[in-house]
Design a protein around this ligand. Structure first.
Ligand SMILES: Nc1nc2c(c(=O)[nH]1)N[C@H]1C(S)=C(S)[C@@H](COP(=O)(O)OP(=O)(O)OC[C@H]3O[C@@H](n4cnc5c(N)ncnc54)[C@H](O)[C@@H]3O)O[C@H]1N2
Ligand code: MOO
Length: 421
């Protein structure tokens, strides 16, 4: 007679941390990724009007100063301060004027003033501009009160940017304002990184394609449209690598194709060690696999590997975990691969509108949004509750240490926008 099987103690907490397992803290996972990842994309030159959202490959230098010449900040009259006194003044006007794009060629004679418009080059001899509202004129002369400051209403050459200055650093993702700065300083094209191509592959026999007839036991593939859209919003090139069934050979072939088409592969599902977790099994076979048990909720199983020399992030299948892992791990990794550098957003510290008792030993992310300057969280922490992802405007991050959060406790809120969404 064999001994009856002895059951383990009941935890009923799939997030309990069994003793003996190494739970990789988020910061340790970040350090490891950072150390291993470097830029994988080349560079190309693009016209300014095609450079929005691209990553600068090298420092950009001002070709010319802004402004290139001194110009007037107002509509008014240019004069020499030395020709004025405190108290009432009058000066004769010269014939002609200086307008933006139609400068006055010549020197202002001593004891005279000249009509000048906003943006017009300041003629030689003018060191001060008086606002037209401070002047009376009959067209031949102007009368005004003295007490002006030297250089008043004149924008100095190069007061914004000097020729030769670094205007934008390598690694910068170009914004509309950056394009204005580059244009103003005489650049018409920029050297940028080729876009990082990111393949997205869903796995699992239970998945049906939106629009397809789904069997009763199937669910629609929600992760792929979400991840492809996130990649697009991050400014990378999404590559739809399809949906792989729970079949090792087919998954292998689809990974081969994805590795050919992209610089990085994101998969979702099959990341842990269940009977049908083919992704982690294949990455294991390929010999370059780390299955992390991350001390994070949600998103505990994250498989990292290489497939035909392309990095693979095996995201957990639950959509909430897939999104959190993408924001917290894959997004900064993509930045490093794309030449932007590893970046994590800075959170806003805002008062909680909720209460929670959090255990020590893992970092937690809750779906959150702002209401009257405080952070409220979604009613459920369930990792399959996609409605909460849509309800939220971002994530609240609770630190690894234990924390009793009472309403009013400051918590770290990361808006979706801070990640680039
Ligand atoms: N005995 C244990 N079971 C599980 C544990 C555990 O610690 N012990 N951890 C749970 C956690 S947490 C997660 S997360 C999942 C991770 O599993 P996998 O990454 O292997 O993912 P799957 O099992 O394939 O799928 C999980 C879940 O997500 C659904 N899914 C998958 N892909 C999609 C998709 N493209 N769109 C929408 N939903 C998707 C899938 O149907 C499953 O319901 O493991 C837990 N189990
Ligand atoms: O990592 Mo699983 O919930 O965290 O869904």
């Amino acid at each position: 007679m064999s001994e009856p099987l002895a059951p383990p103690p009941l935890t009923n907490d799939c997030f309990s941390l069994p003793p003996g397992t190494h739970w990789t803290p988020v910061s340790e996972a970040h350090d490891m990724l950072r150390a291993r990842l470097s830029v994988v994309v080349g560079s190309e030159t693009v016209a300014l009007d095609a450079a929005l959202d691209r990553v600068l490959a090298e420092n950009a230098f001002a070709q010319r100063s802004n402004p290139p010449q001194p110009n007037s900040a107002v509509d008014g009259y240019g004069l020499r301060l030395a020709d004025t006194t405190e108290g009432p003044n009058s000066l004769p006007l010269v014939d002609g004027r200086s307008a933006a794009g139609a400068p006055y060629h010549g020197q202002l004679p001593e004891g005279h003033a000249i009509r000048i418009l906003t943006g017009a080059t300041v003629p030689d001899g003018v060191d001060t501009v008086i606002l037209q509202e401070d002047v009376t004129t009959d067209g031949a002369q102007i009368a005004f009160h003295g007490g002006l400051k030297s250089g008043a209403n004149i924008r100095r050459a190069g007061e914004d940017v000097n020729a030769g200055d670094v205007i934008l650093p390598a690694g910068r993702r170009l914004t509309p304002a950056d394009l204005a700065l580059a244009a103003a300083t005489g650049m018409s094209e920029l050297s940028v990184r080729k876009r990082l191509r990111v393949a997205v592959l869903s796995t699992g026999d239970e998945l049906a394609q939106p629009g397809e007839q789904a069997r009763a036991d199937q669910i629609f593939d929600a992760n792929r449209p979400m991840l492809l859209a996130m990649i697009e919003q991050f400014g990378f090139e999404p590559v739809d690598a399809g949906r792989a069934p729970d079949d090792r050979d087919q998954l292998r072939a689809m990974l081969d194709q994805a590795a050919q088409d992209a610089d990085l592969i994101l998969t979702s599902g099959g990341a842990s060690a269940g009977d049908e977790d083919h992704l982690s099994a294949l990455l294991n076979e390929s010999g370059a696999m780390t299955l992390w048990r991350l001390a994070i909720k949600p998103g505990r199983p994250l498989a990292l590997g290489m497939w035909n020399r392309k990095p693979v992030f095996g995201l957990p299948g639950n959509p909430v975990a897939a999104m959190v892992c993408t924001l917290v791990f894959a997004r900064p990794a993509m930045g490093a691969l794309a030449g932007e550098g590893w970046q994590m957003p800075t959170p806003l510290m805002l008062p909680a509108q909720f209460g929670k008792r959090k255990k020590a030993g893992r970092r937690e992310y809750l779906r959150a949004r702002l209401q009257n300057g405080a952070v409220e969280v979604f009613a459920s922490e369930g990792s399959g509750r996609i409605s909460g992802l849509s309800w939220a405007e971002g994530l609240v991050e609770l630190p690894d240490e234990a924390q009793d959060i009472e309403p009013g406790t400051p918590v770290a809120f990361y808006s979706y926008a801070s990640f680039g969404l």
